[in-house]
Design a protein around this ligand. Structure first.
Ligand SMILES: [Ca+2]
Length: 281
């Protein structure tokens, strides 16, 4: 219910890939020529023609046959592109953003959740150093505490964004990540997520799910649709981004940088810090 508008991206780090990486070698009539693969499109045309070159790159990055099959089965997602072109909420003032995203409701419900599950949040803070308020604020902001985790095919969404010219370099590693998650059996070619392919309770992009996902509930599986796994993975991400236990997380304090690594939008970062302090207070 909080996802009135689409969210921004989780990472600011840019891919190191360049278009040159997509130049593929093609065997043709017994001789070998080098062909420039289709690298991106603003309209989705030639999506099918783009896949073989992308598959070649994916193989070179270690993606296996199951992942490659999933890539080849993707469909261009107009819903994803439409959402990507309309991320209006990040242009709001902080006050307006918090109002639109239901910050007061998240804080109220968040305080109640913290009280009901005190031991879980205490255990997460002991292990990762991240206090409850931050995890709860992110959980509430991302999916209304798991109320809506998305209905878009994850692999198709992320493949579409990796093909779209606007941020192809940013999303290509997340597509590789999604295909590796398929190889591992963590997700399938049918898994649903948000419009940008974000997964689970706290909406990890696939590359981040691969890098930072942990098995919080100890059942042997990393499943971001499981609340405890998602919260532990979120704490693990923040810790990996430099979270310092016991330090502050407001703007100007050491841990605000870790929140900035979670989401690139300034209003989002500030809103999380404010809501988290109200939940923790
Ligand atoms: Ca698990």
């Amino acid at each position: 219910m909080y996802k009135v508008f689409q969210r921004a991206l989780t990472l600011t780090k840019r891919s190191k890939y360049r278009l040159a990486n997509l130049v593929v070698t093609v065997a043709f009539c017994g001789s070998t020529t080098v062909a420039q693969a289709v690298t991106c499109s603003d309209t989705g045309g030639q999506f099918e023609a783009w896949k073989p070159g992308m598959a070649e790159l994916a193989r070179s990055e270690g993606v296996g046959e199951r992942g490659i099959r999933a890539l080849m089965a993707t469909n261009y997602s107009n819903a994803t592109i439409s959402a990507d072109r309309n991320q209006r909420s990040f242009r709001y003032s902080l006050d307006k953003f918090m109002q639109v995203r239901g910050a007061d409701t998240i804080v109220k419900q968040g305080r109640s959740r913290k009280a009901r599950n005190a031991e879980l949040y205490a255990a997460l803070e002991r292990q990762y150093g991240v206090p409850a308020g931050v995890l709860i604020a992110i959980h509430g902001m991302e999916t209304g505490f798991g109320g809506f985790m998305g209905d878009t095919n994850v692999v198709s969404a992320i493949a579409t964004l990796a093909y779209d010219c606007r941020r192809a370099d940013f999303f290509r590693p997340h597509l590789i990540g999604a295909l590796k998650l398929i190889d591992r059996g963590s997700i399938s070619s049918d898994t649903r997520g948000a419009k940008h392919g974000e997964l689970g309770h706290t909406q990890f992009l696939p590359g981040n799910a691969l890098a930072y996902g942990v098995d919080g509930n100890g059942d042997g599986v990393v499943d971001l649709a499981n609340q405890v796994d998602a919260l532990a993975s979120t704490a693990n991400f923040l810790r990996a981004k430099g979270w310092r236990p016991g330090q502050g997380y407001q703007p100007g304090e050491p841990n605000f940088e870790a929140i900035r690594a979670w989401n690139a939008a300034s209003v989002y970062q500030q809103a999380i810090a404010i809501m988290a302090a109200r939940i923790d207070g």
